[in-house]
Write a protein that binds this ligand. Structure first.
Ligand code: DQQ
Length: 620
């Protein structure tokens, strides 16, 4: 494969790699890049062309069993697709290097995260037998730093009548007396969803290797009026001033998405409240509800039971209908056990999302060691299950993110990769004041670009009169030009720009005095393969006061995780390039504005791989 075409190779070698601290004052700009960028729009659609290697999409098993379909959204319902001629080298490249994933097979939701005696624990929905959803158990891993992981034996397996069809999602509650209560959903032989309780067999074991199911299981059955397949995913419990714990469980009544609340003293017997914590018409089944306090001011996380002055509460639901995690910030009344959104127009399911990309079934926990709230989220594949079976694995977890209320807007959350990820940073490169003119692509000559942590800051300079009435969304992708954007980075691009994943801002002059900015990821050209899902993701993003436009992008092989304005908006994408892999992957800046220059400041680190391997149990 050609490494550098004349188009991209005019920089003298001395300017290619600048160690941090040196200024890169000028870079050549290639306006032909614009033509290259605009010439591939047709790749956004994925026609099924006649070919020899057709395959059948496996039937969605999750729906039958009462949970979301687990196939890629673009492929559900399609009977046949063309299969790309993937090589083992391509499949091997897709495996991530510093995101958590088991060694093989299928993983979905994070479960019961907690910190215990010096170890972070993550449990996860896991199929030990295959790379597709089914036969769900709880995988288990521990870490000292949330980055390097040691895989432990399965924590919970479907071996009782009340979970024989799957040990589904659940949450941990740490009692002030030191006990851990693990509540999880079991799917019974007739697919009824019930709630069960498990305990560490030996709470003094830092690894929490063995788990015991409570003899009183199931501790909760679907209440009257709730469908047997609409009752799942208990939250971490929070303690009320009456000394009783509250547990929330997601459900629906027809299209009314809702959260039930139970009170309990001992996690064995429960009283169902006669009202919902909250409900939103038209939102359908709420899976994986999460409910937690955030400080109005300050950067510390709060214990799940914190309530009162200076505290807001976040309610999150993973919507079965949208396959996205929707949240709202609001006020919790701990006496009435009611939660009210601050802005009813941005209620759960109709307002903000944690992540505008491929992201679902998230869960937070309070890290009492570092007084922070940490958010885990599941990132599924967007290729076909057929290819996942060939690869032998599917899906990963995000880098754990701290989550706090955005004190500048008062209405958003800020999600940010835990600081421990910085321990993976290797060689760094600084680029100062890179000028990218309208319609230009600028190569960033650094070392390997498949494992990166990129911080970029953009200043926009309008070079002609203001224009209003232009495209006002992410929908047009990186190729839809307007006077002020889009501009950003092209990650995982090949030298000829036939494959690229763009992460960009699009400021739009909505009125003579106001600019609305969008933060977007365009995957439509991320791969030449026809059998992967390629869309444009994104959202408007508040830019407050004199803030510059800032993005952080974590590139880790087939995942590109992007944070705009300090994590006010987040987009996670899965991408499967065929050419822009290994040493043939490149990184570029681009500016597709018609009437603006952008000046870019970048700091980029190559990232080490994390150790994720089995715990050496024989050495215990
Ligand atoms: N995954 C679990 C369910 C949950 C769904 C089953 C969300 O408990 O509702 O694997 O992805």
């Amino acid at each position: 494969m050609a490494v550098d075409t004349p188009l991209l190779d005019p920089l003298p070698p001395a300017t290619r790699r600048q160690q941090c601290g040196l200024m890169l004052s000028s870079l050549l700009i290639f306006s032909v890049g614009l033509l290259t960028l605009t010439g591939h729009r047709s790749q956004r659609s994925l026609p099924i062309s006649p070919g020899v290697d057709h395959h059948r999409t496996p039937p969605a098993r999750g729906v039958r069993e009462g949970v979301s379909a687990k196939s890629s959204p673009g492929f559900v319902g399609e009977e046949e697709r063309v299969s790309y001629n993937w090589t083992n080298a391509m499949f091997n490249w897709q495996r991530t290097a510093y995101h958590f994933q088991p060694q093989r097979n299928w993983m979905n939701d994070p479960d019961g995260p907690l910190y215990h005696k010096g170890w972070y624990h993550i449990f996860y929905q896991y199929n030990p037998d295959s790379a597709v959803w089914g036969n769900i158990t709880w995988g288990h891993a521990v870490s000292r730093d949330l980055i390097h992981w040691l895989l432990l034996p399965l924590a919970l397996v479907p071996d009782r009548w009340y979970d024989v069809n799957g040990v589904w999602t659940g949450s941990a509650t740490r009692h002030p007396d030191g006990n851990i209560y693990m509540l999880y959903t079991g799917s019974t032989g007739n697919l009824t969803q019930v709630q069960n309780l498990a305990h560490p067999a030996d709470p003094s074991d830092p690894l929490l290797l063995h788990w015991a199911k409570n003899p009183a299981n199931p501790v909760l059955l679907p209440p009257p009026g709730i469908g047997p397949k609409d009752f799942r995913d208990p939250t971490t419990a929070w303690l009320g001033s009456d000394g009783l714990w509250r547990v929330a469980i997601g459900s629906r009544v027809e299209k009314l998405g809702l959260t039930l609340v139970y009170k309990t003293k001992d996690f064995l017997s429960y009283e169902l409240l006669d009202h919902y914590l909250h409900s939103v018409p038209g939102t359908g089944m709420w899976e994986c509800v999460d409910f937690f306090p955030v400080a109005v001011n300050g950067t510390k996380g709060l214990d799940t039971s914190a309530a009162g002055e200076g505290i807001k509460h976040v309610l999150k639901a993973s919507l079965d209908d949208t396959k996205l995690d929707h949240f709202a910030v609001g006020t919790y009344d701990p006496v009435e056990d009611l939660w009210t959104p601050d802005d009813p127009k941005k209620d759960v399911g109709i307002g903000l999302k944690y992540d505008y990309g491929r992201y679902y079934a998230s869960k937070t926990f309070y890290d009492q060691e570092k007084q922070r709230r940490i958010l885990w989220g599941w990132i599924n594949e967007t290729d076909t299950e057929f290819d996942d079976l060939k690869k032998g694995w599917a899906s990963l977890q995000t880098i754990p993110r701290t989550v706090v209320l955005d004190s500048r807007t008062g209405a958003d959350l800020l999600q940010w990769p835990v600081e421990e990820i910085e321990s993976l940073r290797l060689r760094s490169y600084c680029f100062e004041d890179v000028l990218v003119g309208p319609g230009s692509v600028v190569p960033l000559h650094i070392g390997s670009v498949t494992q990166l942590d990129i911080m970029a800051e953009f200043e926009v300079e309008l070079i002609s009169g203001k224009k209003t009435g232009e495209e006002n969304s992410c929908d047009g992708g990186a190729v839809e030009r307007s006077s002020l954007g889009p501009f950003g980075i092209l990650a995982l691009a090949d030298a000829s720009l036939s494959e690229l994943t763009s992460v960009f801002f699009r400021p739009v002059q909505t009125t003579a005095d106001a600019v609305t900015t969008y933060f977007c990821t365009d995957q439509t050209r991320s791969s030449l393969a026809p059998d992967v899902f390629k869309v444009v993701y994104g959202s408007s993003i508040p830019v407050v006061g004199d803030e510059k436009l800032q993005m952080r992008v974590l590139v880790d092989h087939s995942i590109v995780e992007s944070f705009g304005q300090g994590g006010r908006r987040v987009i996670s994408s899965r991408v499967y390039p065929t050419k822009a892999i290994y040493g043939d992957a490149r990184l570029f800046l681009f500016n597709n504005a018609t009437d603006a220059n952008v000046k870019v400041k970048l700091k980029i680190w190559e990232m080490n791989s994390a150790f994720i391997r089995p715990y050496p149990l024989d050495q215990l």
